[in-house]
Design a protein around this ligand. Structure first.
Ligand code: GNR
Ligand code: NI
Length: 175
């Protein structure tokens, strides 16, 4: 198993629209396992292939309390939705930023599992929020794209500042 590198905004590769998975083979299974491991290591509740620079329609998530129930969605499609709900979101590709986003409250999703078998599910709560967030990644979209232009500029400024601080040597360190 291998931990994968997670792309961070403003990396243009995060804007790539992912292509459907056509071949369900061992290579895909390995990618699924690596994505699950990467999600847990990064302490995320979801991860889209786009975030690890693989532009295939595949995502993993785990919204369970004990982080012991990974779920895999390949070629996911939202085939029904109802209601709307606002939730504070974060993203491994937008570190340190949290903002309220409004999405469908309940969704019905059609997808395939890692063996290529189709399934459908009705989701709500955090499961529905996370699935919609991950499908956005597959379409090249980030949660900050929903913010007003002003708020988004503030977020980008904050990210630049965070990055500058992270790149500085800690005070007193002699190299
Ligand atoms: O870890 C994550 N937490 C989260 C919180 C609220 C709404 C969505 C998410 S997904 C995010 C992991 C991530 O960036 N997935 O793409
Ligand atoms: Ni994300």
């Amino acid at each position: 198993m291998a931990k994968l590198e997670i792309l961070e905004t403003p990396d243009a590769r995060l804007k790539t629209v992912a292509k459907p998975v056509e071949i369900f083979d061992d290579e895909l299974s390995r990618l699924v396992e690596d994505m699950i491991e990467t999600m847990y290591e990064a302490q995320g509740i979801g991860l889209a292939a786009t975030q690890v620079n693989v532009h295939k329609r595949l995502l993993v998530l785990d919204v369970s309390d004990n982080q012991d129930t990974p779920r895999v969605y390949i070629n996911p499609e939202i085939i029904g939705s109802e209601g709307s709900e606002t939730c504070e979101e974060g993203c491994l590709s937008v570190p340190g930023i949290y903002a309220e986003v409004s999405r469908a409250e309940k969704v019905r999703v059609a997808a395939r599992d890692r063996d290529g078998n189709p399934f459908e599910e009705d989701l709500d709560g955090m499961h529905a929020v996370c699935l919609q967030h991950e499908i956005d990644h597959l379409n090249g979209k980030l949660f900050i794209d929903y913010l007003s232009p002003l708020k988004r500029r503030m977020v980008i400024k904050k990210l630049e500042k965070q990055r500058k601080i992270a790149g500085e040597k800690p005070a007193g360190t002699v190299f």
